[in-house]
Design a protein around this ligand. Sequence first.
Ligand SMILES: [Zn+2]
Length: 327
Amino acid sequence: MPFNIKIHDIDYLGENVDRLICIDLKARGVIHPLYEAARSLVGKPLTSRAAQLLVESLRAKEVVLITTGFRLPPLGLQETDGILGAISLAKALQETLKAKPLLLIEKESIPILKAILNVLNEKITVQGFPTKFEEAEEKAEEILAKYNPTLLVAIEKAGCNSLGEYHTSKGENVTSFHAKIEVLFRKARKNGIVTLAVGDGGNEVGMGNIKKAVEKTVSYATKCICPCQGGIAAQSKVDLLVTATVSNWGVYGILTCLAKLTQKPKTMHGLKMEGNMLKTAVKYGAIDGVTRRKALSVDGISLAIHKSLIKMLKAFPQKKLKREILI
Ligand SMILES: [Zn+2]
C-alpha cells in the first residue's frame, strides 16, 4: 500500500488508524494476512471506509442492529472483547448520527451489557437472540418487521463454519452457547440491509469474506478438535469486514474516523469510559477470551495498554488536514 502524494484526508487518517489497530502486539502472525485479505477486497483503508459506510447508510432515527457475544467453555462465560466495542459503537451512533441502536446478544450475557449501560447512564435497548435455529428464524423475522433496520453490525460475534458449528480459537465446539445470528444476517442481506462486521481471529461473523486467508493463516481453521472436523473458519459474509488485533480496537478505529468525518471528537470514547466498561464487564462475570481469567484485560492485553491505544487514536488531528500531504 504505497503512500501517494495526493491522499484524501479521511483515507490518510484511515491508513494510519488501520496500521495502529493492526499492530501485532503478541507477534502471532495472524492479523497482517487477515488485514491484507480484507483490505484487498475494499481497495482502501478499512476503518475510514467503515466510517463512511456508517454515514452513508444511517440517517437520524433509523435503527441499527449491533450484535456481539462470544462465550467460552466450559461454563459459557462471556469474553471481554466485543462487548466494549459494541457498546461504544451503539453510544456513538446514537449521539453522533442520532440513530437508534439495538444491541443483540445471547440472553445469558444481557446482564453484563445492561450493567455497563447503567454505569454509563445510557438508555440503549438490549435483546437476547436465540441459540436454537427454529427460534432464531422467528426472532429474525420479528426484529426485521418491527424495527425495519437499515444497518446490521457484528462485533466479535461467534460465527459458524460451513457445517453450522461454532468454535473457539482453540478449536473447541461452542455451538450450544451461541446465537444463530447468521439467520438474521441472511435475511438482512436478502432485504438489502447493509452489513458490517469486525473480527480478529477468523471464527467470527463476516470472516467468510476472507475465508481462504483464514484457512491459510489461522490455527484450527480447517480442522477443529470437535467431532464435526469442519474447522473454525467462519462462513458468513458481510458487505464490509474490518479486521484488527483486538475486535474492540476495530470499533475504536472506525469511531476515530467517524469523529473526523463528523468533526465530533467525542464520537470516540476516552480513557475513563474504557476503564468503567471493562471493570463493570468483569464485575458482572466477563472473562478474558485468551487467558480465560477474570481480570481487567481483553485478549490477554492489560487495561493500561488498551488505554494507551485509545490515547494514540485520540491524538490524531481532529480538525481538517491539508488536502494534499507531501511525504
Ligand atoms: Zn468442529
